[in-house]
Each structure stands twice: as C-alpha cells, then as structure tokens.
Design a protein around this ligand. Structure first.
Ligand SMILES: [Zn+2]
Length: 161
C-alpha cells in the first residue's frame, strides 16, 4: 500500500494533476490521492497530500457547478454539479480511520476522485462538456459541445497526452 501510494503521488505530480484514483493507473483498489494547498492564497508553501483509502462520503451539503478536467480524458472539460461541503471517512496508509472535512474546490476534487472508484467520469454527470483547443495565440479555449461524447472506460494508465 505504501508503494502504491508513493507511485500514485509521483504519477499525479508528473501529469501534472491535483488528484488521481487507483483505477486510472490500472489498479482496482479504492484508493485515491489528492494534493491541494491548505491556504489557497499561499499554495507554494501549503501543499498538502491527502491519501484516501476506501473513502466514503458520510456527509454532504450545498451544490455548485464548476468546470473540471480529468487526466483520463485529456482535451475535454466538463461543468459538473457537486456538493460544496463534505465529510469523508477513509483510512490512511497505516489503516487508521480518518475523517476529512473539505469545502469547495477540495471537496470537488475528492468527489471527482471518489467517482473514479465507482467507474463514474465527469462526462457522465456533466451539464455541459467542452472540447479544449489551442487558439492562434496559443491559449486554451473551451468550446462547448452539443452532445457529451461517449468516453471509453479508462482502466489503463493515464492516457498519454
Ligand atoms: Zn478524473
């Protein structure tokens, strides 16, 4: 378990991404890692790693729609409605039970990763899906799609971008 978590953190950082679920790297375990700053005004000095093993959402409230990306579906973004406040019960890498309260973006990332453990992708829940394209200035633009594309189930290593 320690080795898996360490490898997942490395893969997440290499991607780079803010979260990764074991099924995204071909491992059928209910394990996710998330990296997010404790202080969003000082992200460089306050990065924190969350390791969630067998996570369950035991409380959730609020709702907000925001645009997400996914390492398993490069080139797409999706507007997804998610709870704004959650309490997650999980185990840490030593098997100890932990509870994490998360708000807003951190809650969104954790819910996105926990969805991966159930085979659910952001495009399954999206109210709008976008194709990400580079414009002439080299900036990434999100072009709304009329219909959500059918995305193949990802069970392998993160798609090489
Ligand atoms: Zn994802």
């Amino acid at each position: 378990m320690h080795q898996l978590l360490d490898d997942m953190i490395e893969t997440m950082r290499d991607a780079p991404g803010v979260g990764l679920a074991a099924p995204q790297v071909g491992v059928s375990l209910r394990v996710t890692v998330v990296e997010f700053p404790e202080d969003e005004d000082d992200p460089e000095n306050t990065q924190r790693i969350y390791e969630l093993i067998n996570p369950d959402v035991i409380k959730s409230k609020g709702a907000d729609i925001a645009q997400e990306g996914c390492l398993s579906i490069p080139g797409l973004a999706a507007d997804v409605e998610r709870a704004t406040h959650v309490v997650i019960r999980a185990q840490d890498r030593n098997g100890k039970e932990i509870r994490i309260k998360a708000y807003d973006w951190l809650a969104r990332i954790m819910l996105h990763e926990i969805d991966h453990l159930h085979g659910v992708l952001m495009t399954d829940k999206a109210t709008q899906v976008y194709k990400l394209v580079k414009n002439e200035d080299g900036d990434i633009e999100a072009i709304p799609l009329d219909k959500a594309p059918v995305v193949r189930r990802v069970t392998q290593m993160i798609d090489a971008a």
